[in-house]
Design a protein around this ligand. Structure first.
Ligand code: RP5
Length: 163
């Protein structure tokens, strides 16, 4: 992209979520989407989380991706404080293997949606692609990168049809 100003805010509840969210960050990089990464927690740093959500739009952020495990209120807490699209990644860091995070992230009350992707690292990657698809409506270089990426995975899958 011509500008390096972050369009996507990637936040996660703990530094321990970093490995799962790595795929998301790598894909944003691969698709050449300017982004920023922060560790924020709905429970441990509620004031900072609210401040991040409230200020994101004015700082030029257009999509927020929030990954959290256990009682994962991070994406919902962000969504309640901004009208930017929020994508939630339920992280499989608890003894319930992310089922708790999935329900906490996806079951938002009417009016405050969180676009929830799959649990764990697959979901983290899809969060980056979904963010790219939202941004591609406005930024043609991102639309082009997305098309090449899709072509790549289609070709790779097609090569694997003979066992
Ligand atoms: C959540 O609690 C975080 O998103 C993380 O998945 C989980 C555990 O955090 P740590 O105790 O490892 O910092 O808030």
């Amino acid at each position: 992209m011509a500008s390096d100003k972050p369009l996507v805010g990637v936040i996660m509840g703990s530094t321990s979520d970093r490995e799962v969210m790595r795929g998301c960050i790598d894909l944003l990089q691969e698709l050449d989407i300017p982004h920023e990464v922060r560790v924020l927690s709905a429970h441990r740093t509620p004031d900072l989380t609210r401040e991040y959500a409230i200020s994101a739009e004015d700082r030029g952020i257009e999509v927020i991706i929030a990954g959290a495990g256990w009682a994962a209120h991070l994406a919902g807490a962000i969504a309640g404080n901004t009208t930017l699209p929020v994508i939630g990644v339920p992280i499989d860091s608890s003894p319930l293997n992310g089922m708790d995070a999935l329900l906490a992230t996806v079951q938002m009350p009417p009016g405050i949606p969180v676009a929830t992707v799959a649990v764990g690292s697959g979901g983290a990657k899809n969060a980056a692609i979904l963010a790219a698809q939202i941004l591609a409506l406005k930024y043609s270089p991102i639309a082009e990168n997305l098309k090449s990426y899709r072509k790549g995975i289609t070709q790779k899958a097609a090569q694997k049809t003979d066992l």
